[in-house]
Design a protein around this ligand. Sequence first.
Ligand SMILES: NC(=O)c1ccc[n+]([C@@H]2O[C@H](COP(=O)([O-])OP(=O)(O)OC[C@H]3O[C@@H](n4cnc5c(N)ncnc54)[C@H](OP(=O)(O)O)[C@@H]3O)[C@@H](O)[C@H]2O)c1
Length: 269
Amino acid sequence: MQSNKTILVTGASSGIGLLVASKLHENGYHVIGTSRDPKKHQAKLPFKVLPLDLNDDHSIACFGKLLFSEVEQLDVLINNAGYLVNGLAEETSIELGKQQFETNFWGTIKLTNELLPYFRKQKDGKIITIGSLLGLVGLPNVSYYAASKHALEGYFKSLRFELAQFNIKVVMVEPMSFKTSIGESGTVAAGTIKDYDMLRQRVTAYTKTTFDKAPQPTPVITTLLQAVKEKNPKFNYPVGKGSSFILLLQHFAYKTFERSILRSVNSSK
Ligand SMILES: NC(=O)c1ccc[n+]([C@@H]2O[C@H](COP(=O)([O-])OP(=O)(O)OC[C@H]3O[C@@H](n4cnc5c(N)ncnc54)[C@H](OP(=O)(O)O)[C@@H]3O)[C@@H](O)[C@H]2O)c1
């Protein structure tokens, strides 16, 4: 299948970003990826990789010009880049929490703002942001990550109304756990408060089991392709086995949801 659509995928050097960018390229889209270190990845990748660091305002401010020196138009922005801070809430320093927001929330918003003038001029475009099921529910050990992903949900939910007049579609894709580098590439807050020793031990085992058992991210790639192709996409695309059931419990039987999570955490070793 050939398509003349141009798609930007942030964080295309690894995991979901790498897989979706490769699949879109294979399907004939003109794909541009990003990495903080494009030189390290370019030779292995069949699509162009541009430098982008979501923690660096200068890198973001230069990005629109850089992108449009490579392409004539942009049809879809896939906001994928992000990372994970693990740790019990009280034991995670505010500094680590701020860094989590700087990348996952502020970096994503700043890049979107950098590209919005181009989309508005075109009167056409699509912004697909990879949130997380943790942007819709909370779990122990990921408070700042969940908060950063909840913040993205709220922001883009509002933005969707404002961009409808310019024919710019706004979409969130919310994956459950899938096997990528996110577990290793993230940051883990050190345990410092003795009162939490037992919970920390259990929750660390629970998190490790979740990552170990996580399936390959194929369903996320399928969903992203669907969201790219959809003419009038909906706002939320939760992905993963049981995600609809979890959301149903969260809305209609929250105590049952909490009990089942606590049971799993407490039986983790
Ligand atoms: N895997 C899961 O279970 C899961 C579940 C729900 C949501 N997600 C979300 O899916 C997205 C992709 O994660 P992944 O699982 O594929 O993880 P991953 O394999 O660790 O990939 C993360 C990507 O983000 C880029 N990145 C990280 N920090 C960046 C920064 N400061 N500036 C620019 N790029 C940065 C990395 O590129 P460079 O290092 O080359 O710069 C890398 O390509 C994230 O938003 C994550 O929160 C993942």
